[in-house]
Design a protein around this ligand. Structure first.
Ligand SMILES: *[C@@H]1O[C@H](CO)[C@@H](O)[C@H](O)[C@H]1NC(C)=O
Ligand SMILES: *[C@@H]1O[C@H](CO)[C@@H](O)[C@H](O)[C@H]1NC(C)=O
Ligand SMILES: *[C@@H]1O[C@H](CO)[C@@H](O)[C@H](O)[C@H]1NC(C)=O
Ligand SMILES: *[C@@H]1O[C@H](CO)[C@@H](O)[C@H](O)[C@H]1NC(C)=O
Ligand SMILES: *[C@@H]1O[C@H](CO)[C@@H](O)[C@H](O)[C@H]1NC(C)=O
Ligand SMILES: *[C@@H]1O[C@H](CO)[C@@H](O)[C@H](O)[C@H]1NC(C)=O
Ligand SMILES: *[C@@H]1O[C@H](CO)[C@@H](O)[C@H](O)[C@H]1NC(C)=O
Ligand SMILES: *[C@@H]1O[C@H](CO)[C@@H](O)[C@H](O)[C@H]1NC(C)=O
Length: 464
């Protein structure tokens, strides 16, 4: 398309990414009539809450169990590589790099929601690693495949573009201003990005029984998007920053209970007043106790949920890992340990992974498999065992400040479709550690932002 209008280029020597300039040019023709009138802000009670269904991105597509696993493992690797590209993007200035790169775009779970008045329903990728709520909007200059029509602001009675002086515009990393309309651009760690108008809109959340309609939620109406949406039509940020859904709804807590990875039963998300572990239907046999560990803030990546990981036990033996291996480097913000909804398997910083691997190799009486260079999982054993040989697998406990997470067997062992071996569902990372969602299957996990605590309790997630 032919661009029109006058574009002021970034100041010389500016570190703004090249996409900024191209984007402002193509958006100009769109924005001329986009400034809405200011609507009065509605008070938000503390009692807001809802319950929603989380669908795995590959659910219902007819994949075999092997395909489901290999797709998720591949996505995890891409997501981790994107996170680690932080280091190469701006050598010597990781904090700036972290502010540009938000997070890899791929996610694992989709949440249904309605946008506009009347509501148009669509599924968005839930992402605890980023903040912005966004969907692809008409008119679309560059869009990726999505299963529902693009949202057209012209068909909604409640759409309001935000002015450049709005506080939400200020909360963007790279706000742009055109004719006093706030233009956002958001980069994820891989090639994915979205750009368009920052606007307020009425959103509808929750299952039929808990449906809530919330006015004036700020979101990105993306006219220029790249990457993949994994069968969703946008993303919903659940991070710690002010643009995330959690922060905007003024009831900053949510919980989820992820069903077994291969279960057809969808998972559950609880928001606001519905997010509590007290009423979790825990299994009746063992008297499990709820555990909590504080979140840690990493100033370089303030959106993400960092935890204070202190160690790992394998087979009842606490591995000799220096706790510094899990810590954030205060100088450049690298390292640390996050919990992430969008990564499937767990990635451990190299020295921690090596210690776990050695413990598995010494404790499991099965031949170790030689794996190829391209395989993500490399602690793999020959499987199945010879007839009539019983195999004892060591118990794994992840230790956090104030909490121990004892993993059920199916949360750390899997049969890798690429090798047919019995593999540890963990891999090595050259930067920080990431606790992936495979490790918290059948845990009810609560993110309590008010008290800055992560709590969890084992639960049969298909039953609660
Ligand atoms: C957008 O929503 C925010 C938060 O509810 C509110 O403070 C602001 O006034 C709204 N702006 C417009 C233009 O509707
Ligand atoms: C929710 O309500 C819609 C419309 O009223 C209905 O079509 C749908 O089946 C309901 N969903 C559930 C899970 O009850
Ligand atoms: C979207 O879902 C369809 C089937 O529902 C599947 O064939 C396709 O591979 C999926 N696309 C992505 C990007 O996951
Ligand atoms: C529920 O659990 C919270 C801790 O997460 C506790 O403070 C609260 O008192 C409990 N409420 C009930 C009704 O037991
Ligand atoms: C922390 O980062 C700085 C700057 O990149 C580096 O010089 C230092 O060695 C790092 N510290 C540790 C413990 O890795
Ligand atoms: C694995 O590879 C090494 C070196 O290539 C070889 O010495 C070893 O015998 C192989 N082990 C198995 C179980 O194939
Ligand atoms: C992490 O936990 C350990 C052990 O409880 C504590 O000594 C340390 O100060 C904590 N570190 C941070 C950054 O909170
Ligand atoms: C709790 O789980 C049991 C099975 O473990 C089930 O029979 C029961 O209906 C569940 N209760 C609720 C309230 O969901």
């Amino acid at each position: 398309m032919v661009a029109s209008g006058v574009l002021r280029s970034p100041p010389p020597g500016s570190k703004m990414p090249r996409l900024v300039a191209a984007l402002a040019v193509v958006l100009l023709p769109l924005l001329s009539a986009a400034v809405g009138s200011a609507a009065a802000a509605l008070p938000r009670g503390g009692g807001l809450g809802f319950e929603a269904t989380l669908r795995h991105v590959d659910a219902g597509a007819g994949y075999t169990e092997e395909q489901l696993l290999s797709r998720a493992i591949r996505r995890s690797r891409d997501r981790v590589e994107a996170l680690q590209s932080l280091a190469t993007l701006a050598p010597g200035d990781a904090i700036t790099a972290a502010r540009i790169l938000v997070r890899a775009s791929d996610g694992e779970y989709l949440m249904d929601m309605g946008i506009g008045t009347p509501p148009r329903y669509y599924s968005a990728i839930l992402d605890t690693g980023s903040d912005l709520i966004w969907t692809q909007c008409a008119p679309c200059l560059l869009c990726v495949d999505q299963p529902t029509p693009y949202f057209d602001p012209a068909t909604s009675a409640t759409y309001r573009a935000l002015s450049c002086s709005s506080p939400m515009c200020d909360a963007l990393y790279y706000p742009l201003c055109f004719q006093n309309v706030c233009v956002y651009q958001y980069f994820y760690g891989d090639s994915a990005s979205t750009a368009g108008v920052l606007a307020n809109e009425t959103f509808t959340f929750g299952t039929n029984a808990t449906r809530v309609t919330v006015p004036s939620v700020s979101f990105g109406c993306g006219n220029l998007n790249a990457g993949s949406l994994a069968n969703g039509s946008g993303m919903v940020g659940f991070g710690r920053g002010s643009l995330s859904l959690v922060s905007q709804l003024g009831s900053p807590r949510f919980s989820y209970c992820l069903t077994s990875f291969l279960s057809p039963v969808p998972s559950r998300l609880y928001f606001g007043a519905y997010a509590t572990l007290n009423s979790t239907n825990t299994s009746t046999t063992d008297p499990v106790r709820m555990q909590s560990t504080p979140f840690v803030v990493n100033p370089a990546l303030p959106t993400m949920y960092f935890l204070n990981m202190t160690g790992i036990s394998v087979g009842g033996y606490r591995l000799p890992i220096d706790p510094a291996v899990f810590a954030i480097n205060d100088t450049d913000g690298t390292g640390g340990t996050i919990i992430d909804s969008g990564t499937t398997i767990t990635y451990l910083a190299e020295p921690a992974y090596q210690a776990v691997r050695e413990a598995f190799v010494s404790q499991i009486k099965l031949p170790l498999l030689n794996v190829t260079d391209t395989s993500v999982l490399d602690t793999c054993f020959k499987w199945p065992p010879p007839p009539r040989q019983s195999v004892i697998l060591p118990v794994v406990v992840l230790h956090f400040d104030g909490a121990d997470m004892e993993l059920p067997l199916q949360n750390y062992m899997l049969v890798d479709p690429s090798t047919s071996g019995l593999c540890l569902a963990m891999a090595t990372s050259s930067d920080g550690s990431i606790i992936g969602n495979f490790q918290h299957q059948n845990f009810h996990v609560l993110y309590d932002l008010e008290n800055s605590l992560l709590s969890f309790v084992p639960a049969p997630c298909n039953l609660i």
